[in-house]
Design a protein around this ligand. Sequence first.
Ligand SMILES: C[S@@+](CC[C@H](N)C(=O)[O-])C[C@H]1O[C@@H](n2cnc3c(N)ncnc32)[C@H](O)[C@@H]1O
Length: 234
Amino acid sequence: MKSIREMDAPMGLAFFFGPAFIIVIVLLVGGFNTVSAIMVLILVLCGLKYMHTSIIGKYKTMQSTVNNIHLKNNSKILDAGCGHGAFTLQFSKKAASISEIVGIDIWSNKDQGNNSIEATQKIMDSSSLAGKVKLKTANILNMPFNNNEFDLIISSLVLHNIKPFTKRKAALSEISRVQKEKGQLIIMDIGFETKKYVPVLESLGYCNIDIVNTSYNGWWGTPMVPTFLITASK
Ligand SMILES: C[S@@+](CC[C@H](N)C(=O)[O-])C[C@H]1O[C@@H](n2cnc3c(N)ncnc32)[C@H](O)[C@@H]1O
């Protein structure tokens, strides 16, 4: 299977490694300074943690989430903002219960490295889900699907990219539109604003809503930028 471990929001790393680099230059020019050296160490550790979350941590959360899901036979799944299909691929072991997985994306390279429909298609073709995954270029705010089409909808690390917050409400409403009655929803997203999705989902008719901080595996550099996982049913 091809590697899909591309960095999420690669520019996020510049936030940590950029200042670390500048301080190192200042240290080299101005002479050693313990406080500055500690700052460099902290910034580098945060940058490494960001990389860990992007290429290891988030996969652990996805894997355990999918392990805990019960899919009914012939399930039709939507991965809204699929990127390289990291979440979709976790369903390989449950392929027998799946009729189709549709992945939509606008393929932004700012949000994920080497992001394109062609790259993701190659990954899917070399997986055990080949033939079951259909990829489309589409915006989560206006999806080209009928009402009540999908049994399970997942959207991972996508909604925080949509600003302002009112547009995220519109995205959740669009998700609800294409979700079948009695369907399941999984939303993973970055930052404390994710908690605000809960009342929106309640107003859209979702129930059994659970939200957890995925802790260490979801820290984007520091615990102040955590990943939350929401599960709900309709
Ligand atoms: C950080 S990546 C996450 C990709 C994948 N879901 C994962 O968890 O590995 C965010 C993805 O959301 C996509 N995206 C951002 N805004 C979107 C929108 N309005 N509609 C559809 N996709 C969007 C980006 O192109 C990118 O592929």
